[in-house]
Write a protein that binds this ligand. Structure first.
Ligand SMILES: Cc1cc2nc3c(=O)[nH]c(=O)nc-3n(C[C@H](O)[C@H](O)[C@H](O)COP(=O)(O)O)c2cc1C
Length: 149
């Protein structure tokens, strides 16, 4: 497994945590070219058999729906031919916002697969839809995708 993080994601979890867990370099910056033999975002995009965006913010969903590529994650997502799975996590009002609904529908139309968020207690204190699906279930869905087709 290889991990990419947005700059904002690194505010929540230090890249070193994912580096140790994945035993791989963590990619956070499009211009941090660790290997001069390749262009990192293309190399990563070609390497992946599947890309999971989790937890997917309203922001990255909007960027993906519009084909934006202004950081390592979104640039790699545009460059990959691997199936892309998105597991959103956000406040219930955000996930129900017409703009977010529109962006999710656009991504469905583009062939992106979703691991829909659960109902439950949200980190912001609200109770409702928007809770990231349990990591075990995300892994199970991916396992089913590869082995039960
Ligand atoms: C404590 C905290 C929790 C947040 N939780 C979420 C969240 O669950 N979903 C979301 O879409 N945005 C959330 N945000 C807002 C995003 O961090 C913000 O939109 C950010 O710009 C997302 O950037 P990225 O998509 O590049 O990672 C949160 C912000 C803070 C400060």
């Amino acid at each position: 497994m290889k991990v990419m993080m947005t700059e904002h994601a690194t505010e929540f979890v230090p890249p070193l945590s994912f580096q140790v867990l994945s035993r791989n370099d963590v990619y956070t910056n499009t211009f941090d070219e660790k290997n001069s033999k390749v262009v990192a975002h293309i190399d990563l995009a070609d390497w992946a058999d599947l890309v999971i965006v989790a937890p997917a913010t309203a922001n990255i969903i909007a960027k993906m729906a519009n084909g934006q590529a202004d950081d390592m994650v979104t640039t790699t997502l545009l460059a990959t031919e691997a199936p892309v799975w998105v597991a959103p996590a956000m406040n219930v009002h955000m996930i129900n916002h017409p703009a977010v609904v529109r962006n999710i529908n656009q991504l469905y139309a583009d062939g992106v697969r979703f691991i829909e968020p659960e109902e439950g207690y949200l980190a912001c204190g609200y109770v409702g839809r928007g809770r990231l699906e349990e990591p075990e279930k995300i892994v199970q869905r991916v396992h089913e995708f590869f082995f039960r087709r």
